[in-house]
Design a binder for this molecule. Structure first.
Ligand code: ARG
Length: 266
């Protein structure tokens, strides 16, 4: 191949690769398309109380309550598709679902191939250990084994810190890795940690403890595919009203969850 042909071939391959990273050309639905479909299809991993969890086979939680109001305002039905967390964002990015609803944190990396709504609350990563653990703070994690859920910000953050990780598709398995002594600590978003630790402690003699020191700040939002810009703008309008008039806070209170508004720390 002549040099110039090689350069052209390389440029074409690079362009194709870039297109694939941004969703292989798939576009998210517009607001009009969602309205004419009559439903908003959400992707969720219902292993994340109090945001989404299974109750007698139904997906329930803070985010489902918020989405129900959004759907009511859009005049469409809510359709829930369940999957593991590590399939939520890839599915949304490939426009298989309209909105990812899974306690999803906005990160600069994810923003490259995901269209996020505005954030509606702040959370953080917590460190969970067994009650007699020598780990009392983040500094004690060096050289320790940590369990996390696959595809989460906990996995990304702890990986960057160089900790030895065990990743699990189900949150409950990440918890079991800790309670069965396979890892030294479990890193997970704080509000889910509070719920899952309370549920475990209520049923077991051995207890789990959430350390005071938090690891990161996590602005939660809903995730869409590029192409859905006007849908996201409409969702943002509804969300802004719900945050402003106290509805979001009220929904958190319904689940006994402390609410931190996205502007609280600014
Ligand atoms: N906030 C974290 C993230 O965005 C964890 C979300 C996990 N969600 C779930 N439904 N299991 O990565």
């Amino acid at each position: 191949m002549k040099k110039i042909t090689k350069i052209i071939a390389f440029a074409a391959a690079a362009a194709m690769l870039t297109a694939c990273f941004t969703g292989c050309g798939k576009k998210g639905k517009t607001l009009a398309q969602v309205k004419s479909a009559g439903e908003l299809v959400i992707a969720t991993s219902p292993d994340f109380p109090p945001f989404e969890e299974l109750n007698n086979g139904n997906v329930e939680g803070i985010e489902i309550d918020i989405l129900n109001i959004i759907c009511e305002k859009l005049g469409v039905k809510l359709k829930i598709e369940q999957m593991d967390f590590d399939s939520v964002l890839p599915g949304v990015q490939a426009a298989k679902y309209d909105v990812g609803v899974s306690g999803i944190t906005i990160t600069p990396d994810r923003e490259k191939n995901t269209l996020f709504t505005d954030s509606y609350c702040l959370a953080e990563q917590s460190i969970v250990v067994t009650e007699n653990s020598p780990i009392k703070a983040k500094a004690d994690l060096d050289g320790k084994k940590i369990s996390v859920q696959s595809g989460t910000t906990a996995e990304e953050f702890c990986g960057k810190q160089g900790y030895a990780l065990s990743s699990f598709q189900a949150n409950s398995d990440a918890q079991t890795a800790l309670t069965t002594g396979k890892v030294d600590a479990w890193v997970i978003d704080n509000l889910t940690a509070i719920e899952m630790v309370a549920a475990y402690n209520a049923e077991n003699d051995s207890k789990l403890v959430i350390l005071d020191e938090a690891m990161t700040t996590e602005p939660y939002a809903f995730a869409c595919c590029f192409g859905s810009e006007d849908l996201v703008a409409e969702i943002n309008k509804v969300l802004a009203d719900l945050v402003k008039d106290g509805t979001v806070k009220e929904i958190f209170e319904r689940y006994d969850a402390p609410y931190v508004s996205p502007t609280e720390n600014n």
